[in-house]
Write a protein that binds this ligand. Structure first.
Ligand code: 13P
Length: 252
């Protein structure tokens, strides 16, 4: 059965104490989840090990990082490798977020290297894709997202692809309060699934978890997650308050 996920991307928010308090709140209110459902928390790198300890032995809640280096190890001052992330207990790494693409100039070649390193280190990739507003306005979003997926994922074989989750995050919906409508999300998710099917076959496409991200809140999560091709969410702002995040988890 297809995995469903609600993942919290804290971005560059929360000091250690605030983060630990947030995790306590999430753990306290976490509902019992069926076998195919997971919650993922992606705090900043520097909190991974301590939050990993808080999550030890807890079911259905997993640790993720927001990024990793495109180099494996060595003289790269300030960088964090995939194997370091793995050693904290993290199981997921978010890659290709539009903020990394835009502000840190991450391109196809860098993302291919990062994806390979995460998979080599036996973690799962949460691969973000999504179009800017001008592409949506020109109604060319399907081709834009297809290009991101083919340039950055299509070097993987079908077995490797099983460790990839796709997150569709339209840039115009991130942090803006302007959510994609359920229909816009469903249309893009169905398109992404058809792109996967054309390359890897229908079974692989049916198994692919595709998350929606962009101003997802407790008030719109149920409608978004009710779409047949929306398998959960990647949550920014609303993941910073336990009650809001849990409201979205409950909608899964
Ligand atoms: P917001 O939920 O704050 O719009 O952020 C979405 C996002 O970028 C998650 O990765």
């Amino acid at each position: 059965m297809r995995k469903k996920i609600v993942a919290g991307n804290w971005k560059m928010n929360m000091n250690l104490e605030e983060g630990k308090t947030l995790v306590e709140g999430v753990l306290e209110g976490l509902p019992a989840l069926s076998e195919n459902k997971q919650v993922v928390l992606a705090p900043p790198f520097i909190h991974l090990a301590s939050i990993g300890e808080q999550l030890t032995g807890k079911h259905h809640i997993h640790l993720g990082a927001q990024n990793c280096s495109y180099e494996g190890s060595g003289a790269y001052t300030g960088e964090i490798s995939a194997s370091m992330v793995k050693s904290t207990g993290a199981e997921y790494v978010i890659l290709g977020h539009s903020e990394r693409r835009e502000y840190f100039k991450e391109d196809h070649a860098m993302l291919v290297k990062k994806i390979n390193l995460v998979l080599e280190n036996k973690m799962q990739v949460i691969f973000c894709c999504g179009e800017p507003l001008e592409i949506r306005d020109a109604d060319t979003q399907n081709a834009y997202v297809q290009e991101q997926i083919s340039a950055e994922l299509f070097h993987l074989d079908a077995t490797q692809l099983k460790n990839v989750v796709i997150a569709y995050e339209p840039i115009w919906a991130i942090g803006t309060g302007r959510t994609a409508s359920a229909q816009q999300a469903q249309d893009m998710h169905a398109h992404i699934r058809s792109v996967i099917a054309a390359k890897y076959g229908q079974d692989a496409a049916n198994d692919m978890t595709i998350l929606y991200g962009g101003s997802c809140k407790p008030s719109n999560a149920a409608e978004l997650f009710g779409c047949p091709d929306v398998d959960g969410g990647l949550i920014g702002g609303a993941s910073l308050k336990a009650e809001e995040f849990l409201g979205i988890v409950n909608a899964m």
